[in-house]
Design a protein around this ligand. Structure first.
Ligand code: BES
Ligand code: MN
Ligand code: MN
Length: 485
């Protein structure tokens, strides 16, 4: 008599081969049959201007949450709730097949960045159009949020639809779709603390990043942290005539720009004391491995219309935008910017500054170091105020976790290639929070491209990328469940 162990293995193996043989064919057939509807649903979602940063769009943000709820129900979730928070609601959905099976928690965001400057868009940001381009012969959807993150989030909803309608969902699934990611996810920490049980999972799956190229699949293994501050320099108590007072009192704009210029030295190192103290230095081997990823500096420059790259001495472009911390002014204003000329010494000048952080910098510590440094920089005659906004820790994930292995196999299935692990320069601050609060690893399966222009005018998402995502995601569930069993 065969021991039970083998018996179990035999049945599992049969189920597995059935899955493996048919799933690929069925998903492609299913996507072909439902292609137009799946695109139209995304287009409809993109029409709602869910701009979380601008209070004028509050009703639209809330409406988007309702639409996401409805779509999750239609896709096969058993329970979907709109969870109120101190900020915008979080949409929670689940389909629990069997408590003994593994659980995948999908995170995404339904809010979008403001579309400004609107005049630089070729078509209105909330009137999606599908246009064919050289890179996207199947077309790309042009709209704010098409890639970041409505399009990528919605791939998961459609992957769920495929799995539930075709009896291909091998495990449990939970969804947590928030509406404040683009403004710092403030309510998410609040929600996590109160819902640890509800959100319990074996792995977190997110599509809110990119991949190297359509024929070079990659999995994001790192995100940078962030410290975002606003600074205000105040000189005289009112705007002054620049002839009567010019040269005799400190001009806050002159001072602010001088202070900002001093934040980098000639080698483009950041001058804030202690800024690099905890920065994780990669080994020569790790850096060599990174440099193997395909990259063309010429293409990079020509895509941006620049004649040279610029950055920290001693590091390559890919290192500068992933494993090294940065400091950048995001906006600066003050004085007269209306038509014509007005001779004035402004009373105040302002700037918004972001610092991208890497392991093991602590964002609150960096914010404090910046504040100390910046305040010390100010000469007599002005007052400086540093107001911290939001922030978050960096994240790196190993490539030998169950989740990474499952994702890697999924890409092998649908791209026919092993994906390259790659650290990204962007930030999704809640990912490190997930690890701390929910004790689980996050797998970042991004299907966007650098050229998608997220946060910029003419944001778009390839139709091919959208469907490739929907096709790849069910394979992740398949392999993850298999590894966990
Ligand atoms: N999806 C992006 C982050 C991203 C994009 C990471 C591409 C990696 C590759 C996310 O929506 C975002 O924009 N995050 C913000 C931070 C947030 C706190 C406002 C960012 O990175 O600026
Ligand atoms: Mn995003
Ligand atoms: Mn974003």
């Amino acid at each position: 008599m065969k021991p039970n162990f083998y018996k179990k293995f035999e049945t599992d193996f049969r189920i597995f081969t059935r899955h493996q043989k048919n799933a690929m064919a069925t998903i492609q057939k299913y996507l072909e049959e439902h292609k137009d509807r799946m695109l139209q649903e995304l287009v409809d979602l993109l029409k709602i201007p869910s701009i979380s940063a601008d209070k004028a769009y509050k009703a639209d943000v809330i409406k988007t949450a309702d639409v996401v709820k409805q779509r999750l129900e239609e896709a096969g979730c058993d329970v979907v709730e709109i969870c109120e928070t101190p900020g915008y609601p979080i949409v929670y959905g689940e389909k629990i097949k069997d408590k003994s099976l593994p659980t995948v928690l999908v995170y995404g965001h339904y809010d979008v960045q403001p579309p400004d400057p609107v005049n630089l868009w070729d078509s209105p940001p909330f009137e999606p159009v599908i246009k064919k381009t050289e890179l996207h012969p199947d077309g790309a959807i042009y709209a704010r949020g098409s890639c970041d993150d409505k399009g990528q989030m919605y791939m998961h909803v459609k992957a769920l639809e495929y799995m539930t309608k075709n009896d291909e969902l091998p495990c449990n699934v939970k969804f947590m779709i928030e509406g404040e990611e683009e403004v710092g996810s403030e309510s998410l920490g609040w929600f996590l603390e109160r819902n640890r049980e509800k959100l319990a999972n074996d792995v977190i799956l997110i599509s809110d990043t990119g991949m190297i190229a359509k024929d070079v699949p990659s999995i994001t293994t790192g995100l940078r942290g962030l410290s975002y501050v606003e600074v205000e320099v105040t000189g005289p108590n009112r705007d002054l005539h620049s002839g009567l007072y010019g040269g005799a009192v400190a001009n806050p704009i002159n001072i602010l720009t001088k202070m900002i210029a001093s934040l980098h030295d000639d080698d483009n190192h950041i001058t804030v004391e202690g800024f690099y103290d905890k920065v994780e230095e990669l080994s020569v081997e790790e850096r060599e491995k990174m440099a193997e990823a395909p990259f063309s500096l010429e293409n990079y420059k020509s895509a941006l219309d620049i004649d040279a790259v610029y950055g920290e001495k001693g590091f390559s472009t890919n290192e500068r935008n992933s494993i090294r911390p940065t400091l950048d002014v995001n906006g600066i204003w003050g004085g007269y910017i209306g038509e014509g000329a007005k001779t004035v010494i402004p009373s105040k000048a302002f700037a918004k500054i972001s610092m991208r952080l890497v392991p093991d910098q602590d964002w609150q510590e960096i914010t404090a170091l910046f504040k100390l440094h910046f305040e010390k920089l100010a000469p007599k005659g002005v007052r400086v105020e540093v107001k911290p906004h939001h922030g978050g820790q960096a994240y790196v994930t190993p490539i030998d976790s169950d989740g990474y292995k499952a994702a890697s196999k999924a890409y092998e299935k649908t791209f026919g290639k092993t994906p390259i692990p790659q650290r990204s320069g962007g930030s999704i601050p809640i990912v490190s929070l997930f690890e701390r609060e929910l004790k689980s690893k996050t797998i970042l399966m991004g299907f966007g491209l650098d050229s998608d222009a997220i946060h910029s005018p003419n944001e778009h998402f390839g139709v091919w990328n959208y469907f490739k995502g929907i096709e790849t995601i069910p394979w992740f569930y398949h392999f993850f469940t298999k590894i966990k069993k």
